[in-house]
Design a protein around this ligand. Structure first.
Ligand code: 5GP
Length: 188
């Protein structure tokens, strides 16, 4: 997606350890016009998939996911990173956070992820694929089917893409970062 790529080159910032900061337009301050275009692009790319639910993980996935849900007219559910005391029928999975370098338990209510669900997972980044494998685990526990995964940005120098390809999961990324070496953003 050309508009996204030029915005990454213009406003993205490299951080040591292969981190791309896009918090001026995606995951802290957000550009709603760009986000809507991102959502429309996901809607176009997955128009042929038999999806009945959009799933994301808090916090940065929620903004694109709710817009994708609006565009595709589907319900949206987000996986929580803290286990609420009040959640009923909780499904859990362990996820290692790349940016925070810690492992935490993510959860979703089995009321909102069931064996009737055909899921499109949306997130801001695909890095090592830990969030994605956590989602795969939750869907397996719920008996839900993953029909596709959409990421705003994939970092191709980390192994998440390879993991998803090996698992046979269809995924799309709207911008692919080849390298952040020497703090220079190289896009595919
Ligand atoms: P993964 O689980 O694929 O290793 O990492 C994906 C998650 O980590 C995303 O939900 C995203 O929030 C965060 N993340 C991974 N790499 C980056 C990055 O370079 N920049 C930012 N801002 N977040 C990242």
């Amino acid at each position: 997606m050309e508009k996204l790529k030029s915005r990454i080159l213009q406003d993205g910032k490299c951080f040591p350890g292969g981190i791309l900061k896009v918090d001026s337009f995606i995951n802290h301050q957000m550009d709603p016009n760009l986000m809507m275009e991102v959502a429309k692009e996901f809607g176009r790319l997955f128009a042929d998939a038999p999806i009945n639910k959009v799933v994301t993980i808090e916090a940065s996935g929620i903004a694109p996911a709710i817009l994708v849900g609006y565009i595709m007219q589907l319900p949206v559910v987000f996986i929580k990173k803290k286990e609420p005391k009040t959640m009923e029928n909780m499904l859990t999975a362990a996820v290692h956070s790349f940016t925070k370098d810690r492992t935490y338990t993510v959860c979703i209510s089995a009321d909102y992820l069931t064996s009737n669900d055909h899921v499109l997972f949306i997130d801001d980044f695909l890095a090592n694929g830990n969030a994605s494998t956590g989602v795969i685990e939750l869907c397996r526990k719920a008996g839900a089917q993953i029909e596709g995964m959409g990421f705003i940005i994939e970092k191709a120098f980390q192994q998440g893409g390879e993991t998803l390809r090996q698992l046979g999961i269809r995924y799309e990324a709207l911008a692919t970062v080849e390298s952040l070496d020497n703090c220079e953003i190289k896009l595919r």
